[in-house]
Design a protein around this ligand. Sequence first.
Ligand code: SF4
Ligand code: SF4
Length: 374
Amino acid sequence: MSELQLKDLYDGFRDPDVIKALAKSIIDEAKHLKEPLKLMEVCGGHTHTIMKYGLKQLLPDRIDFIHGPGCPVCIMPKERIDHAITLAQMSDTILLTLGDMIRVPGSKSSLAVERANGYDIRALYSPLDALRIARENPDKKVVFFAIGFETTTPMTAALLELVEKQGITNLYFHINHVLVPPAVDAIMADGQAKINAFIGPAHVSVISGAKIYQPLPEKYSTPVVVSGFEPIDVLQSILMIVRQKNEARCEMEIQYSRSVTLEGNTKAQEMIEKFMEPRVHFRWRGIGDIPYSALALKAQYAAYDAEKIFADILPTEPIDDHKLCICGTILKGLAKPNDCQVFGTACTPNTPMGSCMVSSEGACNAYYRYGAIK
Ligand code: SF4
Ligand code: SF4
């Protein structure tokens, strides 16, 4: 018997025959839609699946995708990237963060540029690596610039718990964890994007539970399907939405029942609640202030809170994006990347002018990599 390989786990979810059959069912059922479907896929992971597998081309024009704000890198405002740079430039400091954050432009520079300038800036594979780095460098201040939606927040909370248990005193946290539901609410309340259904990210719900999307159908008359990330997951979710519309239903449904429950991972939720609480204000890049849309460390953990400890040196003023960059309009679902006049010319993944081109989950990056679909 041959050994199980990683690809065996997802191959079945990329089967071209199943993809074609699902697309055909959607085409058949979409003929009965009373109005065109304006589907927001909240998460950048879904945008990539749609672009990479050409799902838009398989579906009728009556189904339009609106790319949402679901990438924690894309929505990070410049002033917080400037925070990271300022912290990294302190003496005897190691600045840690995750993945693409390193390359996102702040107001004058990026962490990648500052790393090239000699500052000790490291991208982690796992937040737990911060423990080892703090232990190995007892004479240094180690600052973890924590980013991510509900999916990665438990890792930061787990790291905090270990730091507390092990009595580590040189590891500080700059918390930038953001929450999906308030952002969706802000876009709907704004009213310009004319969205009439949502595909919600499954892995967020693995932690928070599908219950976080339950208010949407009633509040905005929009079906929501919590979807996995493989092409078959996404197509099945679209079919579920089309069926809801045709049957005049408006509900929250779970497509990714392989791992998502209504309640989610309550242990992870408790751990997050132990250390963090919602912030009253958090500015999303291009969208602006969304109240209670992000988390901060609770007051009793101020000794770990880089924003409090180093408050004197951190910039406080909001900083606008480059005037040609329309990331904000894209994140609100009001434009597509190829509406931007510098898309693919002045702005490319090698010369990003905005965060949506940097992040591997950004809409501009997906359009650049997989072809600009109108
Ligand atoms: S963090 Fe998760 S929800 Fe957010 S963009 Fe990435 S894949 Fe999507
Ligand atoms: S193409 Fe570049 S400049 Fe234009 S919106 Fe996207 S990231 Fe911003």
